[in-house]
Design a protein around this ligand. Structure first.
Ligand code: SF4
Ligand code: SF4
Length: 343
């Protein structure tokens, strides 16, 4: 890739959305089984694509490479060589269904080059629960930072206490995350009943997830955000590089060899945000401005309440968009008071 313009110094985050196949068919999958059936990995699965991605990361400096998407990351034919190559200069984060043998991964990527392995416990893994738990414990004992995530589909709530008990007994983080989609004619996460939330929320450990369960999407349009300046989202399929998964601002293309990063935080240009990225970005912004516009110090430890205050949207600002938001089934009516953020 040609010289990266406006790339800020310091740690970056590059999320790569894989659009390839998956070996599972979860009944609640929001990607869609039809799309998964026809899916193929793109140029990133070739040696040239891999080389271009590593060159992009090296051009940005020290990065966190996040591999995610609607395909299973470990099915990427060059998964191990890509992860191993990236781990030489960068750190890794993966979101995976963890249907794979961890031993070759351990050989390719040392534990101290991994930021987080986010492993989903899906229905097909539940059919061999002992095998899933054994693989998880193997990685945990080898020192890899792990978290287990579990989609709180309304039909799956009964198993939460048992799974939470098992993983926390082994000092592993078990996180329930909202189901996003339609079930029996109702749209989730907005449709969770008070009774369902009472079963779920005791197991929710972070503000971002609590927000997702109780309020749905965040509304950040017009507010300053460092996405595009400090973090990027790359679609493996065609190489497009965007600010984030909700923004339409194209900043570059991996395969065409250009990236024009924003030279400073810029107003959010997306109506809603469903990812957890915004909160990180907003926490970052606080530090960014406190340091006179440069990241001269590590991000401050932020308490849950302070974090909540940073993320609270300007509701007046969004009033004119009430109808558009309602059309997207967003959680508007049952908005709790801004101070009701403890969990
Ligand atoms: S593992 Fe993920 S991508 Fe694959 S079917 Fe399940 S939810 Fe969909
Ligand atoms: S949607 Fe979130 S991450 Fe994307 S630009 Fe807006 S605030 Fe930033």
């Amino acid at each position: 890739m040609a010289a990266t313009e406006n790339a800020p110094a310091g740690p970056q985050r590059v999320s790569v959305v894989l659009t390839g196949p998956c070996n599972y068919r979860c009944f609640y999958c929001c990607v869609g089984h039809e799309r998964l059936r026809g899916a193929r990995f793109g140029r990133l699965a070739t040696p040239e694509g891999e080389r271009q991605l590593l060159q992009l990361l090296d051009g940005l400096g020290s990065c966190v490479l996040n591999l995610c998407g609607g395909g299973e990351v470990a099915l990427l034919p060059n998964f191990l060589s890509l992860c191993g190559g990236a781990a030489r200069n960068h750190r890794l984060e993966l979101i995976s269904n963890f249907s794979w043998d961890p031993t070759p991964f351990r050989r390719a990527v040392p534990a101290d080059r991994v930021d987080s392995l986010i492993l989903s416990l899906h229905p097909e893994a539940e059919s061999d629960l002992v095998g899933f738990q054994r693989r998880v414990l193997e990685l945990g004992e080898a020192g890899y930072p792990l978290q287990i995530i579990y989609v709180a589909h309304p039909t799956r709530l009964g198993a939460i206490p048992e799974y939470h008990g098992f993983f926390t007994r082994h000092s592993l983080l078990f996180r329930v995350i909202p189901f996003r989609g339609e079930f029996e004619g109702r749209h989730y996460p907005q449709a969770y009943t008070a009774e369902e939330l009472a079963r779920i929320l005791p197991y929710v450990v972070d503000f971002s997830t609590h927000y997702g369960f109780t309020r749905g999407a965040r509304l950040h349009w017009g507010r300053p955000c460092a996405a595009g300046h400090r973090s990027f989202l790359l679609f493996e399929e065609d190489g497009r590089i965007l600010r984030c998964q909700h923004s339409r601002t194209v900043l570059g293309n991996l395969y065409d060899g250009w990236l024009h990063a924003l030279d400073r935080p810029a107003p959010c240009d997306a109506l809603v945000c469903l990812c957890g990225q915004c909160q990180a970005e907003e926490a970052f912004l606080q530090a960014y401005y406190r340091c006179g516009g440069q990241l001269a110090a590590p991000l401050p430890e932020t308490s849950l309440r302070e974090y909540a205050a940073l993320c609270e949207p300007d509701w007046e600002f969004y009033e004119p968009y009430r109808e558009a938001l309602a059309a997207q089934h967003l959680h508007w009516g049952a908005r709790p008071s801004p101070r009701d953020t403890s969990s």
